[in-house]
Each structure stands twice: as C-alpha cells, then as structure tokens.
Design a protein around this ligand. Structure first.
Ligand SMILES: *[C@@H]1O[C@H](CO)[C@@H](O)[C@H](O)[C@H]1NC(C)=O
Ligand SMILES: *[C@@H]1O[C@H](CO)[C@@H](O)[C@H](O)[C@H]1NC(C)=O
Length: 713
C-alpha cells in the first residue's frame, strides 16, 4: 500500500523537470581588524588586534525558471536590516528587480569574533562603541560580491537533501528553562538540543560536479571565548574552510569553486562548550538556575572539549565537517523536485494582536506583542561569556538599587511592566528613542519552499530561537502545509535559518520565558513573542502553498548611517620609529623550523584599518620552487597563521605586526619566507602601500629533527 501510494504520488506530482538554475559564490567580508570591539559578548575589552580567520559570505542563487531565491550565509554575528537593505540596493543596480526584498535571505553564522558597529540600533551599538561605517560597508560590499559571483556562475543543476544526528558538539546552556516546557512535549525528544544536521547538496546537471552545500546545525559559534582579539569565524566558519579545502585542492581559503556554508539555526540556548559550566575558582558546579558561583556571575564559565579555545574550535569544527561529509557522500539523499516558492513580510511586533490556533493542543491562544524591553538577566550574560557581576540569570525579581540606576535612563511605564509579565525590566528599549531606536520593532519574516514533492522549507527568522521554540516553528509550518496540501505534501524538513535579515535578539517559548534566564530576558516582545511568530510563519506557509500573495507589511525606518553615533576614533596618521621603515623586519624567523613549532616574524607596520585588504591578505607564507620562484601556501585566512597587530606608540602612531605560522607535519620540507603587506596613512594625507619580507628559512621534517637531536648523536 505504502509503496503503491508513493508510486502513484510520484506519477501525479513529479514534474518533468528536476533541474534548477544554481549558482554559488564566495567573497571576503572581513571588517576592520584593529581597535574595533567585537560583536557578541558585549565585552568592551574585546577589541580587535588582528586576524586568525577571515570572514566570508557564501552565497547561493537557486531558480526554477520563474522564481529566484538568494541564500547567503555570512561569517558575522547577525544580520541587521540596514546591511540587507544595502545589499538589495546594490543588487537592484546590477540586476533590476531580479533580487529584491521578497527573495533575498541573508543569515549570520553568529560568530562572536568579528568587528561590530554594523547594526543601527542603540542597544547593540553601545556594546561596541557605536556604529562603525567601515564594518557596515565591508559587509555590504562583500555580501554583494558573493551574490554577484553566484549569479554569474549559474548552471543547470540538481539539489539533494538529507539529514542525520550529530552528538557531542552541543549542550543546552539553559537546561532549567528547557525543563519548564511541558513534560509531554519534552518526552518526544531524546535530547534537550536539536542534534539533527540538515544539508542541501547542489550538483551540476550531469551530477558529476559538486557545486556546494548548505548545512544547518544548531550551535553557537562561541568556542572562541570573550578574551579572543583576533577576527575568527569560529567553529562554523572553520568547518566551512575545512570542507572547502578538501573539495578545492591547491586553492587558498575563499578562492575555490566549491562553496560549503555552515549556517546558523535555532541555536538560542545551545553552547559548543560541551564540558559544561564550572566555577573557574573552585572547579565546582555552578548554581544551575542562576549560573553563579557563591553568588557571583563572572566565575561560572563553560569549557569546550579542547585544552584551549583554539583546540575547542578545531575539535567542534572537525566534528561538524565529518558529519557533513558523511551526509554529502550518502547516495540515498532525496532529490528535491519541482517548483520554488518564496515569500517575505515585515511585521510590526509590538502592535501584533492575534488569535493563534494551536493545532497540537487544538486550542486558540490569544497573544499580543509588547514594545521591546530587556530583562535583568540580560545583564548576567551567559556561561559562554558572563556579563556584569551584579546580575545572575533567572532574575524574576527586580532590585530597588538597580531600578534607581535604570530610572536615570528611563523608568518603564506601567503598561510595559505589565505587558512583559515575568520579566523585570532592566532596559525599556522600546520606550527609548534617543538618540535613535534602541531595538527594532519591525522585523523581517521569510519563508522559502524548495520543490513540491518532496520539498524542503527554509524559514528565515530574525533572531536566536531556542531549541524548543525552533521545534514549534518547524511543526507549525509542516502542519499548516499538510493541512492545505494533505499528508503527501508534508515537507521532508523545515530548516530554521537563524539570525536572518533583522536582529531582534532571542525567542524562547512562553514557558521558558517564565524562568527568565538570559534567553528569556532577551526575548524582547514579551511572553508571547513566539506565539506571534507561530501565527506569522503558519500564515506565510499557507499563503505560499495556496499560491496567494501578501502585502509587504510596514517598512522598517530607513536610517541614514551618517546620523548614527560612533566613539571609534579614526586612524589619524601612522609613522615609524627613527631609522626604521614600513615593512622592515624587527624580528627574523629562525634559520630552521620543524613541525610543531611556531615561526614568528615581526614587521614595522601601518594601521590595518587603512585598507582592509579584502580578497587579499596581510601576510603570506611562501615556499620556494626548484626554479627559485615562490608559491603562496598560506594567507591570513589560513588556520595555521595569525596576523597580530600592536600599537607601540599612540602619540607617534607607531605600530608593529607579528606574523605567526604554526608549522605542521603536512608542510613539505624546503625553503620558506614570510611576507607582510600593509598600508600606512601619511601625516600630510594619503594612504600608501608597503610590504616587507623575512629572511629565507628552512623547514625540515620531524625525522631529521630526531636524527639531529644532540641526544641521538
Ligand atoms: C564525545 O567526546 C568525548 C571527548 O571529547 C569522547 O571521549 C567521546 O567518546 C565522544 N562520544 C561520542 C559519542 O562521540
Ligand atoms: C578563554 O580561553 C582561554 C584558553 O584559550 C583561557 O585561558 C581563558 O581562561 C578563557 N576565558 C574565559 C573567560 O573563558
């Protein structure tokens, strides 16, 4: 019966054509690497000092002959409306209205190690010394470039989907909140975070050439902690680089044809620090509800599986890549066939009032939004990056002292206090409009359905949904589609594309909200934020499968970047110390280096913000060929290198750049050199390029080292 059904259905539903137009593209979006605070941990001490991994945008254009979809996954904390708007405006200049508000999804991977200042809301800007135009422009330019490349690469191709479970890379960082969800709901799941990895594999028409993958797995890229000062795409970005390196042999990072995106999902309460939180002073367990150690917040920190943050990043990235590769090679993946559909609507969250019919409980839920506000536990941060010591998580009571401090800024109205229910308000962001909006009220909601039978749905959400919030969204969408099309039309899967298009913080379930840990305190439109989204995404799904259209919704305010506040001082000028010149080597490499050693070269440098060197590099590790010519083997985007910049005199504008290269077993013995490229700002005006080169040094393999060691002789 089942088989018969499938055969009949496939005769009825399989369209003649399984081919899509597919283009993939990658571009460098790396922002300013020095003296700009990183976005994510809200730690002002975490200002950039160089580059470990470059940031990339990975773009996919998919078309069915009528409808086009752009999906870009970007190595950045999140995407804000201004960035998306800038990209769409650029695309319109190139391609008319082929790409527009309806069909462009831009999702941030959520690294916490990239320069901030690209969001246009006061609350997010405070944590990074204000808006920073250079970061904003770097992102818009790079994302645009990746989509243009994808557009230019379009070929006829096929899309396959599969999924599988990956354990041992994620834990729930707010299990006490999760446990507030109903028992009968929790009992349907074996774990308190989503373990399934979902993957789309794109192949050229004849099926022989892999074009790329989009992979969704829910985990925070916070393997790099809040002490890191080198730009990094963290575990997700490194997983991409590892997969791409394997598929594009001989190509430098970001330069190959095959593109592997590891995109963000419902990671709201999911940490990669799988050894869990401990008190860093005593090694004991933290208070589970409040994540404090003997009353203090700053001491409860979660650890990753590695000995340090680099090793943790590498272990988590390796596990993500391995699982992704297993899915990639699995020939039983399902081919996606049929049409492509996409829909978008802006929603004014505080003004929503809905009656949501919950299919699971067969009941109506009346829900309304609130003006944005952040709760007390927001101040506590998380166990991946603790915040202010005065706050613990799980605060459902306010405190008169802090209320008085808060009231100096603004005292929340009684309507707001009531609207937010269990949340004691620390920052009433929705009632603050000075000097500009503190958090968005209008958010982007967007849904794409790839194929008809079978189909995969991509739900682009404007924030960080927790595990259970994501599961409910997935169910709401699947059930709505099933209700319209019937059981045969139920999608294979719904992928939550996290941190897309607008950034509006976290979304918990109403039950998790009552516990008011960090995620609940940061669910900004009140206890029913998720209910409003369930209603909205079910609506998008219904309209889409019924083939109807929706009004675009209210336009978010367009913000003129020049009106935003910035406290980041510009580069005034550079200079070199008496008797030295730019690019001059201050510290030479050793004559001989072995695998396991780090080669270090120090140069006189200019400020890295003079020129971001996108699509280029601040350093190269070069190997000499037999004919004397040099090949670049690593750049500043490579895992084995670090570009570290340091000011040596603020008054004189002097600085130094250190290049570190970790020699590994895989590096062939031979002659090597290290170069540094930069730009300096001349005191009388103008920006000029310079370069420096180290002495040549020899890399020997480990066997020679043993032979040469004095002990053996
Ligand atoms: C999980 O990781 C730990 C160490 O990181 C390892 O000992 C264990 O075998 C792993 N378990 C699974 C199921 O992979
Ligand atoms: C961050 O990781 C480093 C090791 O890489 C460790 O020394 C440091 O204590 C960690 N800091 C926090 C706040 O987790």
């Amino acid at each position: 019966m089942k088989v018969m059904e499938i055969i009949i259905l496939s005769i009825v539903f399989t369209p003649a054509k399984a081919l899509f137009d597919i283009g993939v593209g990658i571009a460098d979006v790396t922002g300013p690497s020095a003296e700009v605070p990183f976005m994510g941990y809200a730690n002002l001490d975490q200002k950039g000092r160089g580059i470990h991994l470059r940031q990339f945008s990975r773009a996919f254009v998919i078309g069915d002959g009528h409808v086009r979809l752009v999906f870009a996954s970007v190595d950045v904390g999140m995407i804000g409306h201004g960035v998306r708007e800038g990209v769409i405006q650029n695309l319109m200049r190139h391609y008319g209205d082929t790409y527009n508000e309806q069909n462009v999804i831009i999702s941030g991977i959520h690294t916490h190690s990239g320069p901030g200042g690209f969001l246009q809301h006061m609350l997010f800007d405070i944590s990074v010394l204000g808006f920073h135009k250079q970061t904003f422009d770097a992102l818009i330019g790079g994302i645009t470039r990746s989509i243009i490349r994808a557009h230019k690469n379009i070929v006829p191709g096929r899309i396959f989907f599969n999924q599988g479970d990956l354990l041992n890379v994620s834990i729930n960082r707010s299990p006490k909140s999760y446990e507030a969800n109903p028992e009968d709901e929790r009992s349907k799941f074996a774990y308190n975070t989503d373990k399934q990895m979902m993957q789309l594999r794109m192949m050229s028409e004849e099926g022989s050439r892999p074009l790329g993958i989009i992979n969704w797995f829910a985990v925070h890229p916070t393997s790099m902690n809040n002490t890191n000062k080198l730009i990094s795409s963290d575990n997700m970005g490194y997983a991409s680089l590892l997969f791409e390196e394997e598929m594009n042999p001989g190509k430098l990072p970001g330069k190959g044809d095959f593109v592997a995106a590891f995109a963000s999902s419902n990671l709201g309460d999911v940490s990669p620090n799988i050894l869990g939180p401990r008190c860093i002073d005593t090694g004991e367990e933290c208070d589970e509800l409040r994540s404090t150690c003997h009353g203090e917040t700053g001491l409860c920190v979660a650890r990753g599986p590695g000995r340090d943050m680099y090793e943790s990043t590498s272990i988590i990235a390796g596990r993500l890549r391995d699982k992704s590769r297993e899915l990639f090679e699995d020939q039983s993946a399902t081919e996606i066939v049929g049409a492509l559909k996409v829909i978008h609507q802006f929603v004014d969250m505080p003004n929503q009032e809905v009656i949501y019919y919950n299919r699971r409980s067969r009941s109506n839920i009346k829900a309304h939004g609130c003006l944005p506000a952040m709760g007390y536990s927001f101040g506590a941060g998380t166990t991946d990056g603790p915040g202010a010591r005065a706050f613990g998580q799980g605060s459902t009571m306010d405190n008169p002292l802090w209320n008085r401090v808060r009231n100096l800024i603004h005292e929340p109205s009684s309507e707001q206090v009531e609207c937010h229910g269990a949340k004691p308000i620390l920052v009433p962001t929705g009632e603050l409009n000075f000097p500009y909006e503190w958090q968005p009220s209008i958010v982007s909601t967007q849904l794409a359905i790839l194929g008809s039978s079978p189909s995969v749905v991509v739900a682009a959400v404007p924030g960080e949904f927790t595990t259970m919030a994501g599961r409910r969204i997935r169910d709401a969408i699947s059930e709505e589609i099933e209700a319209v099309v019937g059981p045969s039309g139920r999608p294979l899967a719904v992928a939550i594309a996290g941190l897309s298009n607008t950034y509006s913080d976290y979304v918990t379930t109403p039950e998790e909200y009552t516990v008011q840990r960090y995620e609940g305190a940061s669910t900004i439109y009140g206890p029913h934020t998720l209910t409003l989204y369930l209603h909205q995404y079910a609506k998008l799904a219904r309209v889409l499968v019924e083939g109807k259209t929706l009004d675009p919704g209210p336009q978010p305010p367009s913000i003129d970047p020049s009106t935003l506040i910035s406290f980041i001082t510009p580069v005034i000028f550079d200079s070199t110390r008496w008797g030295t010149k730019y690019g001059e080597v201050l510290e030479q490499p050793p004559a001989v280096a072995y695998p396991g050693e780090v080669v270090r070269v120090k140069f006189v440098s200019g400020h890295p913000r003079n020129n971001l060197r996108q699509e280029d590099t601040f350093l190269s590790v070069e190997k000499q060929r037999d004919n004397g010519e040099w090949d670049i083997v690593y750049t500043d985007a490579s895992w084995s290198t670090k570009f570290i910049w340091m000011r040596t005199s603020f008054l004189l504008g002097c600085s130094e750049a250190t290049v570190e290269w970790a020699v590994a077993e895989r590096d062939a013995p031979g002659h090597y050199r290290i170069r540094h490229f930069g730009n300096y700002k001349y005191i009388l005006g103008g920006i000029y390029g310079y370069e420096g080169v180290s002495n040549t040094f020899q890399v020997l393999n480990s066997h020679r080292k043993i032979d040469d060691s004095p002990l053996r002789r």
